[in-house]
Design a protein around this ligand. Sequence first.
Ligand code: ZN
Length: 196
Amino acid sequence: MDQLNASQADWLHYDVMDGNFVPNISFGLPILQAIRKATTKPIDVHLMITQNDAFIQPFKDAGADILTVHFEACTHLHRTIQAIKQAGMKAGVALNPHTPVRVLKDIIADLDLVLIMSVNPGFGGQKFIPQAIQKVKEAKALILESGSSALIEVDGGVGMSNIKSLVEAGADVLVAGNAVYGAADPVAAANELKNA
Ligand code: ZN
């Protein structure tokens, strides 16, 4: 946590996996509570779970500032987004690589964040899917057209080789996992990415 606080990273991205929506299990609420006590940086929680509605308030209570759910996991997405905002958090929607940006047309005005997955969710260290750059451009166009104030975030395989194209395409927030934590000096790596 000292390294995170010392870095120029703006947000902390926290991946939650349930072993059902994705074939892997990650951190849950108790670790988030501990992290909340250790940092003042905004915590951006990315839910990769099936039962989103039941966990909105628990994640708020554990310290989430931004809560992102997967389009593919929410049958009643509009209701879920309203519930996240009513709980006092910013609301995001994540799109898997196979899900087109246009599915967000009728919800974009309500969103604070659009998360474009540039790998299939579930595991770290995967290779960036280049189609994500085109999806960022489409999301940017949709946001401008609708007057939405949503930010565009990209998650998966982000590193020095694709940062420039992603930012040029309209990405506002880039999630770096391996590019930071796989480096010999994570603080320097985070700062280098930030200043690229
Ligand atoms: Zn994530």
